[in-house]
Design a protein around this ligand. Structure first.
Ligand code: AMP
Length: 149
């Protein structure tokens, strides 16, 4: 069944990354739903009273059930950038105005996802390095930006 939510965020993946994002959205009372394909995680979401769409977000019907046309944001918290890229294309086709935030694990993945229309891409390993540099050298230190291609 299609969600009744509008003006919401679609959060894809509720693991180490999406679980923390979802908890913050819930605390901030932002309307959102989660697309997840792992049964155990779906049970945890249900127990937490969070709306879910069960299945692989790369599947056409699963994604459509999240009402991308009426959503304001898409948050891709899955680790596979190729799969995430396919979902970005589908979201853009359904809703040219949706704001897309995606997760990546290399500078090449960042470029790939931006090229397909993601507004913001967060590179996990860079954020880990930032945390380590802050811890070791203090908060004024900066992690180098990727060199221009
Ligand atoms: P983590 O890497 O710990 O943040 O976990 C990623 C989460 O995303 C896991 O809970 C996966 O079940 C979920 N996931 C990965 N790919 C998909 C997908 N295509 N559709 C729905 N959920 C996914």
């Amino acid at each position: 069944p299609r969600t009744a939510l509008t003006g919401h965020a679609i959060l894809i993946g509720y693991g180490r990354v999406g679980g923390l994002v979802g908890a913050a959205l819930k605390d901030a009372a932002r309307p959102f739903l989660v697309i997840e394909d792992a049964d155990k995680t779906l049970a945890r979401l249900k127990a937490d009273g969070i709306e879910t769409v069960a299945g692989n977000a790369a599947n056409t019907e699963v994604f459509a059930a999240a009402n991308p046309e009426g959503a304001t944001r898409l948050i891709l918290a899955i680790p596979n950038a190729f799969e995430a890229g396919q979902i970005v294309l589908r979201a853009r086709a359904a809703n040219p105005n949706i704001n897309v935030v995606a997760r990546a694990h290399s500078d090449a993945e960042v470029e790939h996802l931006k090229g397909l229309g993601a507004n913001t891409v967060i590179m996990g390993e860079r954020e880990i390095a930032r945390g380590i540099v802050d811890e070791v050298l203090g908060h004024k230190s900066r992690v180098a930006e990727p060199s221009a291609a």
